[in-house]
Design a protein around this ligand. Structure first.
Ligand SMILES: C[S@@+](CC[C@H](N)C(=O)[O-])C[C@H]1O[C@@H](n2cnc3c(N)ncnc32)[C@H](O)[C@@H]1O
Length: 270
């Protein structure tokens, strides 16, 4: 994740070709993300259903290789190439850049060097320094960029990302699959702990895979993560109480890095 700026102009030019056939930037980007997610899960039916929306006359008049389905596939190829070159969150960079041309979506994620710093202050250290498997959580994960940085430091940890925005949750699931990370990605509100959907990505020497959890699995995931999080909060408040009693004569009040950071790392048996 060293790359501070990822050039995504050629990728956006490909998506633009589709948009100019009468679709909005948001529709094109959302459908591209969904097509990749369905393709990786080998879910042909919803994949073809999305493409059906692009089979109007303007598209059928295009020569072979220039139809929307071809352009979506080209953009997937360009994404893979750029990720291989940069090892960075290219998908998030396309979202940031393309979203600037739309009123319907768009936001900026944390720059890569700041993600590195956040990982450090959140206690994500080299694998060799941890005792047992850790779970690393980003409760507002966006495209999952912080999880990707965390996985570079602790590749054997379990990563959990949550975002209430469906497009962000899907980007994070895709990224964790692309970067071959063991992760759960939840679409849901971290404050109300309501889960709408969840995906599991799995590491393998052959490359990552992704699958959507069914309702029961999603509920089980919610229960086990809530329990793990509550345990961590109890441990943390015990630590804070003992630190407060040690420091009661010090007249300085500061927020620790851990309290400010959204990224958390804790020991878990999950
Ligand atoms: C600025 S982005 C940060 C993304 C990522 N952590 C990073 O550093 O690049 C903030 C994200 O928080 C998500 N978010 C805001 N409130 C949330 C909530 N209550 N539950 C889950 N996600 C939330 C938004 O949808 C958005 O994607």
């Amino acid at each position: 994740m060293a790359s501070p700026h990822v050039d995504v102009d050629d990728l956006i030019a490909t998506l633009e070709q589709i948009r100019q056939r009468g679709h909005s930037a948001h529709t094109v980007f959302r459908d591209w993300v969904e097509l990749m997610l369905f393709a990786l899960q080998r879910r042909d039916e919803p994949y073809l259903e999305i493409l059906e929306g692009y089979r109007e006359r303007a598209d059928m008049d295009q020569p072979d290789g220039q139809r929307s389905a071809d352009l979506f596939a080209n953009a997937f190829g360009q994404l893979q190439e750029r990720m291989a070159e940069t090892d960075a969150d290219v998908l998030g960079a396309v979202y940031e850049e393309y979203g600037m041309s739309s009123d319907a979506f768009g936001q900026h994620f944390t720059p890569h060097p700041v993600c590195e710093m956040m990982a450090e202050i959140s206690g994500i250290v080299d694998d060799s320094e941890t005792d047992g498997r850790q779970t690393v959580l980003d409760p507002a994960c966006g495209s999952g960029r912080m999880l990707l940085v965390g996985a570079r430091h602790q590749p054997t940890s379990l990563f959990v990302g949550q975002d209430k925005d469906p497009l962000c949750a899907k980007m994070a699931a895709l990224n964790c699959c692309f970067f071959n990370i063991d992760a759960y990605i939840v679409q849901g509100d971290s404050l109300t702990v309501k889960y709408q959907r969840a995906w599991q990505t799995s590491h393998s020497p052959m490359g990552g895979s992704v699958r959507e959890l069914d309702e029961d699995e999603t509920e089980d995931l919610r229960d086990s993560l809530t329990a793990a999080f509550e345990n961590m909060a109890k441990e943390q408040s015990k630590d804070d109480a003992s630190q407060a009693s040690e420091a009661q004569n010090v007249n300085v009040s500061t927020l620790s890095g851990r309290e400010q950071a959204s990224l958390l790392a804790f020991d878990s048996d999950h």
